[in-house]
Unconditional design. Structure first.
Length: 620
């Protein structure tokens, strides 16, 4: 059972100066069956799964020595939401800030935690966290504004669950046979890595619930029958108390809520989690899309399943809390007009391989030969030049302390939970708003692009968080200050979309990186073991940093004149063809032309090629 006594935390914290929490993680495969439906291999720690929940007090140092005992798979750990201010090399994102840790290697993560709230840790190498490598990381703070308002706390991880391994699913996902980019549908859903979980409570008592979506793909609605929740924290930012009856929790998002139990003990409370069906291209009959868990205060009273067959996602969306309206408790005001503006649009496209890719503007993220941080460390004064980071990492160099405004438009019909490493951001604009009309744009070709000359007033005290839901066919505008020199990924947290390239790279104040960051020897040793170069530009050229010859490149565009419909029908031709004919059809496309016009915020005219998944669904 996941519980942690607030009294115990307080007693400890009162007498405590910052301490070091040291953990040894021997990572290996274990077999589990958390949904009762299928045994499968997962990534365990010290032979166990679920993985250990990490509890720290604010100010503590966390040292995790990880040994990769998997035998057949590289790995790493990202500490989701940790700013890693001065410790960029501990961020855990493979090929951004470190090399993938191959089997048989060890790697020590070592950093201090001076942040509030609810976090999680997960593998950040080649789509491995949905194989079970994820768990809560909870920061306890005796000075939290709500510290004295609850008796006890519970953490609740929500996740989708697949019976097959990510490597196998990914091979099917990124393939000629999936030209529309339909994501694999989960086989089940879990709460705290199991089902039918109970939380023992007392009547007339307030509890803190920390809710984290640790899944791969599916956002979830969360509510407790007959009870309201008071939101007090979002993604590590304390908020002014906000009442909610329903939360919409997308991948990697966190909420802390206070819940007060009722005054009688004649029934147990149903905690309901329900999958956002709008994300799924098909809804199999045999998948339980919603789970009931219980706040139990009479162990003899029955545990009834919630009756929610009458509600559908639209009903849920209509009453879900709009996180845009949250007010941070520190009341940090709207940042001033930006020094640096970035405009990007999400596209789903088919490239020459015939597979479906995600692009930000015209780039599908393709990992460099040298981890980007190591390029910043080893290219001297040239590290301020975007060119050294290669074209396909989609790099943007930021000046120290610039106010950055990021306009993100969505030319796709699905939601995308975008996450920025190293920061949280102010959410200053989003259309359409979370609410009754949020899903009206699904399967619609309408694009609401952000118009800087025609928008609603920015909030004076904007919500801040580190994962924001980008609405279907809509946009979000965020601001942050580039006050954390380092290399930071900005990506969609749906792991399928990371696999299809929905990612980019900020290189923040590169001139300050070599003096502020030092890369420990064991990190370099891991690169040597993985045969990944640690110096030079994105192409590992250590002589001419502007020469990117040999860099990893994304697949070419399909030629002009080939519509999406064409590529889809080509793929289906291939599907029904014998292997020999496959290559004929494929190479018949060889006539590569110039790329279509690059996309930008004020340019919604797509070439014949680039279209969204929903377009394809309609045409096909
Ligand atoms: C890791 O665990 C495996 C078995 O689970 C064991 O064989 C191995 O010696 C351990 N390695 C380390 C470095 O602890
Ligand atoms: C949870 O309860 C449901 C309904 O009784 C049942 O179908 C399911 O198998 C249970 N899950 C587990 C993991 O035992
Ligand atoms: C962690 O980092 C601190 C500060 O740099 C250092 O003093 C300490 O020795 C490190 N611990 C380990 C286990 O590497
Ligand atoms: C929850 O909040 C709504 C709106 O403020 C209110 O109408 C309702 O009575 C509340 N429900 C409970 C169980 O407190
Ligand atoms: C973090 O907590 C401290 C109190 O411990 C508070 O003063 C500060 O505003 C909080 N910051 C955020 C971002 O929530
Ligand atoms: C809950 O509190 C109310 C009012 O303070 C009290 O009348 C009631 O007996 C309490 N119920 C329980 C089960 O303690
Ligand atoms: C018990 O709770 C109910 C429903 O919230 C409320 O109507 C009633 O007044 C409460 N009773 C006491 C004694 O507090
Ligand atoms: C909840 O689950 C039941 C049983 O699987 C299903 O009939 C219903 O449609 C689900 N409701 C939602 C909103 O997912
Ligand atoms: C971003 O787009 C807006 C129009 O949507 C334009 O005014 C602005 O100049 C663009 N900024 C950059 C850096 O491209
Ligand atoms: C401004 O935006 C609103 C809402 O999106 C739209 O109805 C209106 O036509 C726009 N006005 C101009 C001048 O573009
Ligand atoms: C990083 O630390 C510096 C002070 O060393 C501070 O000014 C800056 O705001 C911090 N940035 C973040 C994102 O924590
Ligand atoms: C993307 O567009 C930019 C600006 O037009 C262009 O310089 C660049 O070559 C394009 N990149 C790719 C991969 O096509
Ligand atoms: Cu996405």
């Amino acid at each position: 059972m996941v519980r942690f006594s607030a009294a115990a935390v307080l007693a400890f914290a009162l007498g405590a100066v910052a301490k070091t929490v040291s953990l040894d993680f021997n990572v290996s495969w274990v077999i589990v069956n958390p949904d009762g439906l299928a045994d499968r291999k997962v990534i365990g720690v010290n032979g166990e799964w679920p993985l250990p929940i990490i509890n720290v007090d604010k100010g503590d140092r966390l040292v995790v020595k990880m040994y990769n005992g998997l035998g057949d798979k590289s790995t790493s750990i990202h500490w989701h939401g940790m700013f890693q201010n001065g410790t960029n090399e501990m961020d855990g994102a493979s090929m951004f800030t470190q090399c993938p840790i191959p089997p048989g290697s060890s790697f020590t993560y070592n950093f201090t935690i001076n942040q509030n709230g609810t976090y999680w840790y997960h593998c950040h190498t080649d789509y491995c966290y949905p194989d079970g490598y994820r768990q809560a990381l909870l920061v306890h703070d005796k000075d939290a504004p709500f510290a004295n308002q609850y008796k006890e706390e519970f953490s609740l991880t929500l996740s989708d669950w697949y019976h097959n391994m990510m490597d196998d699913l990914r091979t099917e996902f990124m393939s000629l046979y999936n030209p529309t980019g339909a994501e694999p549908i989960p086989d089940a859903f879990l709460l705290n890595d199991g089902q039918n979980k109970t939380f023992k409570v007392e009547p007339n008592t307030t509890y803190l619930l920390r809710i984290i979506n640790t899944g791969n793909f599916i956002a979830q609605y969360f509510f407790i029958e007959g009870h309201n929740m008071t939101i007090v924290e979002v993604d590590g930012v304390y908020t002014e108390p906000a009442q909610a009856s329903m939360l919409y929790v997308h991948i990697a998002q966190r909420y802390s809520v206070l819940v007060t139990t009722g005054n009688s003990t004649d029934a147990n409370f149903k905690i309901v989690t329900a999958a956002d069906q709008d994300l799924m291209d098909t809804i199999p009959d045999n998948v339980r899309l919603n789970l009931t868990s219980w706040l139990v205060y009479d162990e003899n009273a029955p545990l009834e399943s919630a009756d929610i067959t009458t509600l559908n996602s639209d009903d849920y969306q209509a009453i879900a809390f709009d996180d845009f309206t949250l007010v941070p408790a520190d009341r940090m005001p709207l940042l001033p007009e930006p020094d640096h503006q970035v405009n990007m649009t999400v596209y789903m496209v088919n490239l020459m391989t015939g597979y479906n890719y995600a692009e930000l503007n015209n780039i599908t993220y393709t990992a460099p030969k040298v981890p980007t941080l190591y390029t910043a460390m080893s290219t001297g004064e040239m590290n301020t030049q975007q060119v050294v980071y290669g074209e396909y990492t989609n790099p943007i160099v930021l000046k120290h302390n610039d106010v950055v405004e990021f306009v993100l438009n969505n030319a796709d019909g699905g939601t995308h939970p975008f996450h920025l490493h190293g920061h949280n951001f102010q959410v200053i604009q989003r259309e359409p708003p979370l609410g009754p009309n949020f899903n009206d744009y699904l399967n619609d070709n309408l694009i609401i692009g952000y118009d800087p000359n025609n928008h609603t007033a920015f909030p004076q005290i904007p919500a801040r968080r580190d994962v924001i839901v980008l609405p279907p066919q809509g946009f979000v505008v965020v601001r942050f200050v580039a006050d954390n020199p380092g290399v930071w990924a900005f990506h969609c947290h749906i792991d399928w979309h990371l696999a299809s390239g929905l990612s980019m790279t900020f290189i923040e104040a590169p001139e300050l990186i070599p003096s502020r960051i030092s890369i420990p020897e064991d990190h370099y040793a891991v690169c040597a073991a993985a045969a990944v170069p640690t110096a030079g530009n994105a192409a590992a050229n250590t002589v001419d940093f502007t020469d990117l010859k040999g860099q990893n490149v994304q697949p070419g565009d399909i030629p002009d004149g080939w519509t999406t419909k064409g590529i889809v029908s080509m793929a289906f031709t291939v599907l029904s063809a014998v292997l020999g004919i496959t290559s004929l059809v494929y190479y018949g496309l060889a006539d590569l032309k110039q790329r279509p016009k690059p996309a930008s915020a004020n340019d919604s005219s797509e070439g014949e090629v680039a279209t969204s998944n929903s377009d394809i669904a309609k045409q096909g």
